[in-house]
Design a protein around this ligand. Structure first.
Ligand SMILES: Cc1ncc(COP(=O)(O)O)c(C=O)c1O
Length: 360
């Protein structure tokens, strides 16, 4: 599949310079068609019957396998969730943290991770990484570790600055359990689980899947308490609710996911071109260079696929003006920055439209 063929699959790109995959990726025609076909078939057949249910379970298994392959994990260690936030809640609540425990995170985390950490009751230590060179992140994070640290919890790619955090090095150096928020990494940069303990996936962003769909990698499912069980947690259940968990990480599946959305995701995962990471890195660089002439850039080159910058006017107004000019970027609350998300489908023309729109 060439770049032009890949790009032509996304209807939204016909109208917009859509630079918003850090929130929601574009949906391709085959994804939309698979969703429609599944919704129609479900209604014509009726959402009932053993064959239908088994078909949905088989679809769930195929998605589990596909997502596992993407992050180089065994399928038995993948739970299907609704989101990264869902995955963070599953892990943090299962660890039974309390006031005597500490968790180390960074100063640039999304509420999807931060809120579960806060309500865990553990003391949250925040390492300052966002305003420093990325090469100093490892030391900054490790310096917050104490004998009470039970978990390191951070993003692989920071949603504000696009910096790539040294998650594998942190695991190696600390030996502590590590929970990685993969919302801005999976599908955007090569991301593998390696020795990490927990890794979340958001399917609606860089994987160009429908929402709400996500996944959670759990290295040792037996060691994490099932704190938020769904129907899928059990293979047998007693009258009082006591249950025998299913094998593997499927015990953490966070509930029923709409079959049309799953069908759409399967189609989206079929369509990922082999050259995606290279192309995304290249166009991100291009975007940085094009903006740098007139605008202050946040972060460093050679990181993730998010480009944050200081806009000429008030960020929300500028984002609104850009939208009217057919350019979609996101305002980052509380920072004064706008963020352009550059995907493998992003063209030079999209970048030109962004630069021109900002100059108006
Ligand atoms: C780093 C990061 N974590 C978590 C989230 C939330 O993702 P989800 O909607 O899949 O919970 C986002 C979404 O923008 C994000 O950027």
């Amino acid at each position: 599949m060439t770049f032009e063929e890949a790009r032509a699959r996304f209807p939204v790109l016909e109208r917009f310079a859509y630079l918003n995959a850090g929130s929601f990726g574009p949906l391709a025609r085959p994804t939309l068609e698979a969703m429609e076909a599944r919704a129609r078939a479900d209604q014509e057949h009726g959402r009932a019957g053993r064959a239908w249910f088994e078909d949905v379970v088989a679809l769930r298994s195929r998605i589990r396998e596909r997502l596992a392959r993407l992050i180089e994990a065994p399928a038995e260690r993948i739970a299907l969730t609704s989101s990264t936030t869902d995955g963070c809640n599953i892990v943090v609540s299962g660890l039974d943290l309390g006031p005597d425990d500490e968790v180390v995170t960074t100063d640039s985390e999304h509420p999807g991770l931060l809120l579960p950490l806060h309500v865990s009751g553990a003391r949250v230590r925040v390492a300052e990484v966002a305003a420093r060179p990325t090469a100093r992140a490892l030391d900054a994070i490790l310096s917050c570790v104490t004998p009470r640290t039970r978990l390191l919890a951070l993003s692989h790619v920071l949603w504000t600055t696009g910096q790539i955090m040294p998650v594998h090095e942190l695991k190696r150096e600390s030996g502590l359990p590590v929970l990685v928020d993969g919302a801005q990494s999976v599908g955007a940069i090569p991301a593998t689980v390696g020795e990490l303990d927990y890794y979340t996936v958001s399917c609606q962003k860089w994987l160009c899947g429908p929402d709400p769909l996500g996944a959670l990698y759990v290295r040792d499912p037996e060691q994490l308490r099932i704190a938020l069980p769904s129907y899928f947690a059990q293979k047998s259940i007693e009258l009082d609710g006591a249950f025998v968990p299913v094998e593997g990480a499927a015990r953490f599946d966070s509930g029923w996911r709409a079959p049309p959305a799953l069908a759409g995701l399967e189609a989206a995962l079929d369509d990922l071109p082999g050259w995606r990471f290279e192309r995304a890195a290249e166009i991100t660089d291009r975007c940085r260079s094009a903006l740098a002439a007139e605008h202050e850039l946040i972060g460093e080159p050679g990181q993730g696929t998010l480009v944050s910058f200081v806009p000429p006017g008030e960020p929300a107004d500028t984002a609104g003006r850009l939208y009217d000019a057919g350019v979609i970027v996101r305002e980052l609350p509380g920072t004064g920055w706008l963020r352009a998300s550059c995907g493998w489908w992003t063209s030079e023309w999209d970048i030109e439209r962004l630069v021109t729109g900002l100059g108006r």
